[in-house]
Design a protein around this ligand. Sequence first.
Ligand code: MN
Length: 198
Amino acid sequence: MIDMKDLPYDLKALAPTISPETMMYHYEKHYAGYVQKTNELIANTPFENAPLDKIIFESAADIVWAKLYNQAAQVANHEFFWNSLSPKKEDYTISPDLANLIQKDFGSKEKIMEELLNKGLSQFGSGWVWLTLYQDHLCVESTSNADTLLVHPEHKPLLVIDVWEHAYYLDYQNKRTAYLKAVTGKLLNWRFASQQLS
Ligand code: MN
């Protein structure tokens, strides 16, 4: 049985970039639904008492568990996403180590934001856009639907942005560009990214 994790901030905290209404649906309906379905699918299976990362890793290895993998991966992706955003100014500070990598691999933070936007726009359908460390380089990558980088440990995630429509439709309708510009420009938790790196 897995538990819902608390949001690291209030449902209203990310407004006006992300409205309380979006956060309520996203956290209390979508995310809660993934947790609930994961628990339904692990009941009376070898995964019943397993931690989430083990459920994801092992269910990914065999397509008989594909339904479970999708639900469990969505739980982990959302938990990583909540942590990738912050309403607090002090969380927008980049550590010296991360700043060096940004300088080396992208030239500037603005260039990363531009790449996150491009990757997010070119992701067909639903998915996730990630800032990762891959072979000692910072990269911007995307995964489709529920797919998670947790099962690709050589790609270490630093930040993720949800590009499923449920993440932005109430606030931005179909304008994924406007959502991505607002989120990358105003809410990314660079302190969390710095912590992931170290
Ligand atoms: Mn979502």
